[in-house]
Design a protein around this ligand. Structure first.
Ligand code: ATP
Ligand code: MG
Length: 385
């Protein structure tokens, strides 16, 4: 029994004059997530969705659970804005649920309604006690029935399903996020979506190994993450030529750093084409040799844009939990040939000296030309949820 879905947002409610801008973006994103058959209306402080005819409730739920900007949503039934009609519907809604104690929490945005909120609570509560024989508990009820009375009618709901929270995708601009195929970088991309960024994905494809398996894995990850922003673009950049030059001209202990500095430059070039304002990586301080503060500084110095690393202070366990929750974990752990084994030195430099790195990098020679060629040979693909 679901007539409507009431969507509550958290942060966008407190954005002052920008509030309308955020609300419009959320309406747009909810429409995109549910398809054209759904009606999405904005009412003061909330959105109300009427699912399209024949919409599968489980699919609607799944889709809304992935729209950044939604704090929580509630499948709701509608009653006319009349105290007896509301009590009648309340009994029907609660008779579907298993519980011993209940509470009623009414709110009115229609101040012309004949009862105050406490009066409506008491009226509905009495009907439920009389008809279903349940007990009222105002402190810790098993079920809390919420009633919102608006001019268009009353919405009744007992369930709160959490969404990702945060801000609607697109309201914070665009970022270019590097995606490696590991556990971390997909989580970093997700966290930026949750902060309102549209994410363009960039994978740097190494070519010494069988690249086919890696591409499939990256595409699976992007498909999974696209469910949070509905539409994505993925750039796959063939790194073979630069990679061979790095192996030939850079000492083993510096290769990873030089490789990642070139990766920053590639990300910047994609960001130029995509109008992105920042770069994103899945770095977490101290996790691997390239993630000491010295090495991160040296890597990020190659970028022209701010480098955002939202996992920077998280432990691997925390990152893995997030990966499970957002659905990327199974794709990340699918086996594939390790794309970076040629870069892994037995004793990698953990405190890169920028001057030394610059000298080895200069030995790669004609890097600009190779970077440009890499962009020209890019495969760009669009994904739709
Ligand atoms: P991840 O699990 O994201 O691979 P990691 O802890 O294994 O992270 P690294 O493999 O050193 O660490 O990579 C650090 C970051 O560099 C990644 O999070 C990602 O943002 C970026 N990165 C690494 N390899 C690639 C690649 N082939 N293409 C694009 N980005 C990459
Ligand atoms: Mg990795």
């Amino acid at each position: 029994m679901t007539d409507r879905i009431v969507i509550h947002y958290s942060e966008i409610g407190i954005k002052g004059r920008n509030r309308r801008y955020f609300e419009r973006a959320l309406v747009r994103n909810v429409r995109a997530a549910l398809g054209p058959a759904a009606e999405v209306r904005h009412q003061p402080g909330r959105l109300v969705v009427k699912p399209g005819p024949g919409a599968d409730p489980a699919e609607v739920r799944e889709a809304l659970g992935r729209v950044p900007g939604i704090a929580y949503f509630s499948p709701a039934v509608v009653a006319p804005a009349d105290p007896d009609a509301i009590a009648e519907r309340a009994v029907a809604v609660l008779s579907d649920l298993a519980f011993d104690t209940f509470g009623v929490a009414a709110r009115r945005s229609d101040k012309g309604f004949p009862f105050t909120s406490p009066e409506l609570n008491a009226h509905v509560g009495a009907a439920v006690v009389a008809r279903l024989g349940k007990k009222v508990d105002l402190t810790e009820p098993d079920v809390l029935l919420r009633i919102e009375v608006t001019r268009q009618g009353a919405y009744l709901y007992a369930e709160k399903v959490p969404g990702p929270g945060g801000l609607p995708v697109g309201t914070s601009g665009t970022v270019a996020a590097s995606l490696s195929g590991g556990i971390d970088s997909p989580v970093a991309a997700y966290l930026m979506m949750k902060r309102g960024c549209r994410v363009v994905f960039v994978h740097v494809r190494n070519e010494t190994q069988f690249a086919g398996g890696v591409d499939d894995k990256i595409r699976d990850l992007v498909a999974e993450l696209t469910r949070y922003q509905v539409r994505s673009r993925l750039w796959v950049l063939p790194f073979g030529d630069l990679q061979r030059r790095i192996i030939a001209f850079v000492p083993a202990e510096l290769r990873m750093i030089v490789y990642r500095r070139f990766m920053m430059r590639l990300l910047d070039r994609v960001a130029d084409r995509e109008d992105a304002q920042a770069l994103v990586t899945g770095d977490s301080v101290g996790q691997v040799a390239s993630q000491t503060l010295e090495n991160l500084a040296c890597i990020q110095a190659a970028a022209r844009r701010p480098v955002l690393s939202p996992l920077v202070g998280l432990n691997k366990e925390e990152i893995t939990d997030l990966a499970r929750r957002i659905g990327t974990f199974p794709h990340s752990i699918a086996p594939y040939p390790d794309c970076c084994s040629f870069m892994i030195a037995p004793h990698p430099e953990t405190r890169a000296d920028p001057a030394v790195v610059a000298r080895s990098e200069a030995a790669v020679a004609a890097a600009d030309q190779y970077l440009a060629a890499c962009l020209e040979a890019a495969q760009v693909e669009t994904f739709e949820a």
